[in-house]
Design a protein around this ligand. Sequence first.
Ligand SMILES: C[S@@+](CC[C@H](N)C(=O)[O-])C[C@H]1O[C@@H](n2cnc3c(N)ncnc32)[C@H](O)[C@@H]1O
Length: 197
Amino acid sequence: MYNRKDSYYKKAKQSGFRSRAAYKIIEINNKYKIIKKGDKVLDAGCAPGGWSQAVSSIVGNKGVIVGIDILDMPPLDISNFHFIKGDLLKNETLDKAKSICHEYDVVISDAAPNTTGNRLTDHVNSLELVTTVFNFTKKVLKSGGNFLFKLFDGEDREDFIKDLRNFFSKVKIIRPDATRKNSFEIYVVCQEFKKDG
Ligand SMILES: C[S@@+](CC[C@H](N)C(=O)[O-])C[C@H]1O[C@@H](n2cnc3c(N)ncnc32)[C@H](O)[C@@H]1O
C-alpha cells in the first residue's frame, strides 16, 4: 500500500494508518457524513485495514465494523472489529456478514480487482465487482442507510448510476483529494437507501 512516498503516504505512516487510503474515507466522511457514532459498518475489501482503522475512530466503541477481504490481514487492535476472510462474489461471505449483524447502517467498498493496465478491462472488472457488492448491499443495508464504493471509471458507469438512483435519494460521484492525480478511480456516495427501490 505504501508504494508512493507522497504526502498522504507520509501522513499515514506517522499516524499509524495501514494505508494512505484512510485519508479518503476521512475526507469523504467529513464532507458527506455517511458514517456516525455508534454505526454498524460493513467494509468490503478491507485489507490492509486503513479504512477500518479510520472508521473505528468515527463509530467509537458502541459501533461495529465488519471487514471482508479475500486476502489475509494481520489482526487490527480494535475490539469491535470483526474480520471475515472471504470472496465478495460468494454467497457464503454474505451469510457470514449477516450472522454478525443482521442489518448495517453503512456499507463501504474500496474493493478493486487486480488491474491489467487496460482501462476498459479494468473498468469492466471493477463494475462487475461493484455490481455484486451492490446486490449484497441491498440485502444487508437498513432503510435510510448509506453506501460508498470505488469504481474504475469508464463508459458503462451511467447505466449503473441510473439504477442506483432508484434505490437511494442522493447519489454523487466524487474524486477525493487523496486520490492520486493519474488514477481513473472515482468514488460514489449513495445516501438514504430506499429498501423497495
Ligand atoms: C484498495 S484495497 C483496500 C484498501 C483498504 N480500504 C484500506 O484502506 O486498507 C482493495 C481490496 O479489495 C480486495 N478485494 C478485491 N476483490 C475482492 C473480492 N472478490 N472479495 C474480497 N475482497 C476483494 C483486495 O484483496 C484488496 O485488499
